[in-house]
Ligand binder design. Structure first.
Ligand code: ADP
Ligand code: ZN
Length: 220
């Protein structure tokens, strides 16, 4: 089962995607995480990727597609995966369709998490991330507070603020989202596989509720 997580940065795609992957026992593939691993490795590709990510720009399609297509041919995703952050442009979506078609597979559902820009900025500035690549737990200073200040509940690593989680970069990422990635909502709506979850910071819907809601939807 292949599930795509759509939605602007900061809507909780990563957290919800992680939970869904655990429930459905399929890998969670996050393009942002893959790029951050390249950045950490500090090789040529890492440097190139960093020059875009640190400014809130999209990594160019050609490089993104090359990296993600390689990942999507690995054997662990035979039973499907949660695709979080990919595709993000029309070209990426078309290329994914072509790849899946060749594998005789297709996307089951594209989940669209929707939240207003102001609420997104509020959430991202309060986001803290566990940098341990084996863990990657995501916290929020309002509604997912670590038990010990600034320490990951799960693995004890000191939490960090992602380098691209500052207001200027967030605004840039939101602009990209509205200009480029938001068009994918229509793309998947047209294919009749879109499922939208409307969010707001006041409702106490936490990520586990959202994951459950999506799981119920998948059973229908
Ligand atoms: P967010 O959704 O909060 O922006 P991600 O971890 O998904 O965070 O992505 C971080 C950054 O990685 C993006 O701002 C962008 O620079 C890059 N990126 C991730 N996915 C893609 C993609 N599919 N195409 C181009 N760039 C991407
Ligand atoms: Zn951790």
């Amino acid at each position: 089962m292949i599930i795509i997580m759509l939605g602007a940065p900061g809507t909780g795609k990563g957290t919800v995607g992680n939970l869904l992957a655990l429930k459905l026992k399929i890998p969670h593939i996050s393009s942002g995480e893959i790029f951050r691993a390249y950045i950490n490795s500090d090789d040529e590709i890492g440097k190139e990727v960093k020059s875009y990510v640190s400014e809130g720009k999209l990594v160019p399609d050609e490089l993104t597609i090359r990296i993600l297509e390689k990942r999507l041919q690995e054997p662990d995703i035979q039973n499907g995966c949660i695709l979080d952050g990919y595709p993000r442009t029309a070209r990426q979506a078309e290329s994914l369709d072509t790849l899946l078609k060749a594998q005789k597979r297709s996307v089951k559902v594209a989940v669209n998490l929707s939240l207003s820009d102001d609420e997104i900025v509020d959430r991202i500035t309060k986001r803290r991330t566990c940098p341990n690549l084996e863990c990657r737990e995501i916290y929020n200073l309002d509604f997912k507070i670590p038990k010990i200040e600034n320490i990951c509940d799960k693995c004890g690593t000191e939490l960090v603020i992602r380098e691209d989680d500052n207001e200027a970069t967030i605004r840039k990422r939101l602009e990209n989202y509205h200009n480029i990635s938001e068009n994918l909502i229509e793309y998947y709506q047209h294919k009749d596989i879109l499922y939208t979850v409307k969010l707001n910071n006041e409702s106490n819907k936490v990520s586990s509720d959202i994951a459950k809601e999506i799981e119920e939807y998948l059973k229908k």
